[in-house]
Design a protein around this ligand. Structure first.
Ligand code: MG
Length: 256
């Protein structure tokens, strides 16, 4: 039978902790370097150089054929955007970067969203703030003895009260030795019994909220996911370790 969750050994957790910390460091460096006029391809190559110089490799490059070092999703793009020589960052663009690395056989996976230059409209600012809040709240629910659906419910409630669309096709996941491990962690409640959380599970929690409806489509490139209504989308992701007590966030430093 296929496993429904994975409890990692202390040795594995050591490795996962290092990979996650490195992914977070790279995420923060990249966020600081994203500037108007830069092509998203150059940004992707910069990320690749950073990952290589740290002795790691991209966990995304080549994954089911993904062509980028990281995912760069702009404005109405939700996730899985690919750096391009024809696309340049401009002031006010909403950019989501998702960094996945493999360090010595262990995976770090983390994402953040931000605005180039920092200044934006009220709605985008609200989308960013509430998606981050939902991630924090979801993490607080990731305690031993709780279920995956407790995380989902916490995140869903926040999106609903803010009247944001919750992306349904893409979800959080176990993550540690493989990029995608069981269980899946939807940002909404599915109404079926889900896995109970146990110490030693390492999870990527990643709310994706849209200013408009939940509906998304995939571009002809086979990767880029964007909102059908063309409205903006935000995405934040942390990896956490379930412990006997409070969850340990593995992808510090805090991104906000
Ligand atoms: Mg992920």
């Amino acid at each position: 039978m296929k496993k429904d969750s994975i409890v990692h050994s202390p040795d594995e957790i050591d490795g996962i902790r290092k990979a996650a910390a490195l992914a977070a460091e790279i995420r923060e460096k990249l966020r600081g370097l994203a500037a108007p006029g830069m092509s998203s391809k150059d940004f992707d190559l910069m990320a690749g150089a950073m990952i290589a110089s740290a002795g790691a490799r991209s966990a995304f490059l080549g994954y089911r054929g993904f062509p980028g070092q990281i995912c760069i999703s702009m404005n109405d793009e939700v996730v899985h955007g690919i750096g391009s020589r024809e696309r340049f960052f401009s002031l006010g663009d909403l950019v989501s970067i998702d960094v996945g690395i493999n360090l010595g056989g262990f995976i770090g996976d983390t994402a953040t969203s931000f605005v180039i230059g920092g200044d934006t409209d009220q709605e985008t600012a609200r989308l960013l703030r509430i998606t981050r809040e939902a991630l924090d709240a979801g993490i607080s629910s990731a305690k031993s003895g709780m279920r995956v659906s407790d995380i989902s419910m916490t995140i869903e409630k926040i999106a609903r009260s803010a009247r944001f669309g919750i992306v349904r096709e893409y979800v959080g996941h176990g993550c540690g030795v493989e990029l995608h491990e069981p269980p899946e962690i939807p940002n909404y409640v599915l109404g079926k019994k889900t896995v109970m959380l146990k110490p030693g599970m390492t999870l990527a929690i990643e709310p994706m909220f849209n200013l408009g409806t939940h509906a998304v489509s995939t571009d002809p490139d086979g990767w880029t996911v964007r909102t059908r209504d063309g409205k903006r989308s935000a995405h934040f992701e942390h990896m956490i370790l379930v412990t006997e007590n409070e969850p340990e966030v593995l992808t510090w430093p805090k991104m906000y």
